[in-house]
Design a protein around this ligand. Structure first.
Ligand code: SF4
Ligand code: SF4
Length: 381
C-alpha cells in the first residue's frame, strides 16, 4: 500500500546569496556574502535522509546560490562526507552553476567524480547572447568541459528580450556541439515590445526549418512541447510542482522553506512573514490548490484560454511577483502563445513531411496530435 506513494524528493541547499555575476534576469533579491557552514550542510543532509525513510525512493541534493561554486571547497568537502557515510535511501548530488569559477584543480575533482556529482551549467548560447545576459562572462566558461563530462545533461538556457535575436543560432550551435539546451524565457521582466515578439516568431521559424532539414537532430523543447493535454480535462492536468513536499529548500542558515523562490534569497522579510510558512503540500490560507489553478492579472484570460492545460504556472514565481500563488506573467503569456503557435506549425510540417506518417496508414496517435494542433490554431489568434 505504501509503495504507491513512494517518489523522489529534491532538496535544495542555498549555500550563499552571493554571486560573481549580475545576470540581467537574476532573481536574487540582495547579493550578500552569507555562506552555509559545513556543519549546517551536513545536519540538513542527515536530517533529510532521516525524514525520507520509507517515504522517498531517491533524494536529489542540489547545491544552489547565488553561485554555489563561490564555495567550491565546501561543496567538495560536503560531497566527500556524504560519500563516506552509509545511507538507507539512494541519492544524487548536483550543483547548478554559471561555470565561471572553475580552476584546473576544481575541474580535476569534478571530472574525477562526474559519475556521482553532476554539474548543471546555466549558459545562454552564443558568445553574444551569453555576454548580453550574463555579465559578459562567455570567455570565463569552458563549455567543452561540461559537454565532455556530462554529455547527456543538457544546458539551462534563458532567453531574454535582449538575447532573442540570437535564439536560433544559440540553440543550433550548441546542438551541433552535441549538447541540448533546455530553453526557457526570463521571468520577472517587463512585457516584451511588439518588435521583439516578431523577432521571437522569426527565430522559432528558423529553428523549425533547421529541424525539418536535420531529421537526425532532437528538436528543441520550445518546439517539441507536448500539445495533447489541450484536448483533455484541465482539472486533471494540473498536478502542481510538488513544492513543500517533493521539493524543499534550506537557506544558508539552515532554515527550511518550500522552494528557493519562497525564501529570503528572493523575498523580503515582510513577504517571508506572509508566505514563508508555505511548507507542506504547497498550501497557503485561502488557496487550497496552490500551483494547480490558473490566473493572470485577469483570471478570465486564462480560464478561457485553450492553452491553460499546457501553460506553465510557477507558484514561487507568482508569489514573488504578484503576492498570490496562481498568477502567470503577461510577458510570459505572449511569448508562450508565440512558442506554441510555432510548435504547432513545426509539428504539423514534420508530420506532413514524413512519408510514413503522411501515408494512409497514419496512426491514431498522429491523428490525435493533428486534432490538438488544429484545435490550438483555430482558438489562438
Ligand atoms: S549566475 Fe545565477 S545567481 Fe549569479 S547573477 Fe546570474 S542568475 Fe543570478
Ligand atoms: S497563454 Fe496566456 S491566457 Fe493562456 S493560459 Fe497561458 S497565461 Fe493564460
Amino acid at each position: 500500500m505504501k509503495a504507491q506513494f513512494r517518489k523522489n524528493r529534491m532538496i535544495t541547499l542555498l549555500l550563499t546569496h552571493d554571486c560573481n555575476l549580475r545576470c540581467r534576469y537574476c532573481y536574487v533579491r540582495e547579493y550578500k556574502s552569507c555562506s552555509m557552514s559545513t556543519e549546517t550542510a551536513k545536519k540538513v543532509i542527515a536530517a533529510s535522509f532521516e525524514e525520507a525513510k520509507g517515504f522517498y525512493d531517491c533524494l536529489e541534493f542540489v547545491f544552489l546560490g547565488g553561485e554555489p561554486l563561490m564555495l567550491c571547497r565546501k561543496v567538495m568537502e560536503v560531497a566527500e562526507w556524504v560519500w563516506a557515510q552509509e545511507w538507507a535511501t539512494p541519492y544524487l548530488l548536483s550543483a547548478v552553476t554559471n561555470g565561471t569559477l572553475l580552476d584546473e584543480q576544481n575541474k580535476e575533482w569534478f571530472a574525477k567524480n562526474k559519475e556521482r556529482f553532476i554539474l548543471c551549467l546555466s549558459y545562454d548560447g552564443t558568445q553574444s547572447a551569453q555576454n548580453i545576459n550574463r555579465s559578459g562572462s562567455d570567455s570565463l566558461i569552458d563549455i567543452g568541459f561540461f559537454i565532455h563530462n556530462w554529455p547527456g545533461q543538457g544546458l539551462k538556457m534563458t532567453i531574454s528580450e535582449e538575447s532573442v535575436p540570437y535564439l536560433a543560432e544559440s540553440i543550433i550551435a550548441l546542438q551541433e556541439k552535441g549538447v541540448r539546451a533546455n530553453t526557457s524565457f526570463a521571468g520577472g521582466v517587463p512585457e516584451w515590445e511588439p518588435g521583439s515578439l516578431d523577432i521571437l516568431r522569426k527565430q522559432l521559424d528558423i529553428l523549425a526549418d533547421y529541424y525539418l532539414e536535420h531529421a537526425e537532430a532532437t528538436p528543441s523543447n520550445l518546439l517539441s512541447i507536448n500539445l495533447l493535454p489541450v484536448l483533455e480535462d484541465r482539472k486533471f492536468m494540473r498536478a502542481g510542482c510538488g513544492l513543500g513536499e517533493s521539493r524543499i529548500t534550506y537557506d544558508w542558515d539552515g532554515q527550511r522553506y518550500s522552494c528557493h523562490l519562497i525564501s529570503p534569497l528572493v523575498l523580503s522579510k515582510e513577504q517571508i512573514q506572509k508566505y514563508g510558512q508555505i511548507k507542506e503540500h504547497g498550501q497557503i490560507k485561502g488557496y487550497e490548490q496552490v500551483g494547480t489553478r490558473c490566473g493572470e492579472m485577469n483570471n478570465h484570460l486564462c480560464e478561457e484560454c485553450s492553452l491553460d492545460g499546457i501553460c506553465p504556472v510557477c507558484t514561487g514565481n507568482s508569489i514573488r511577483l504578484f503576492g498570490k500563488p496562481d498568477c502567470r506573467e503577461k510577458s510570459s503569456c505572449k511569448t508562450f502563445k508565440i512558442q506554441v503557435m510555432s510548435a504547432c506549425r513545426y509539428q504539423l510540417r514534420a508530420i506532413l513531411k514524413d512519408p510514413i506518417l503522411n501515408s494512409s496508414q497514419i496512426g491514431s496517435s498522429e491523428k490525435y496530435r493533428i486534432k490538438a494542433i488544429k484545435y490550438i490554431m483555430e482558438s489562438i489568434s
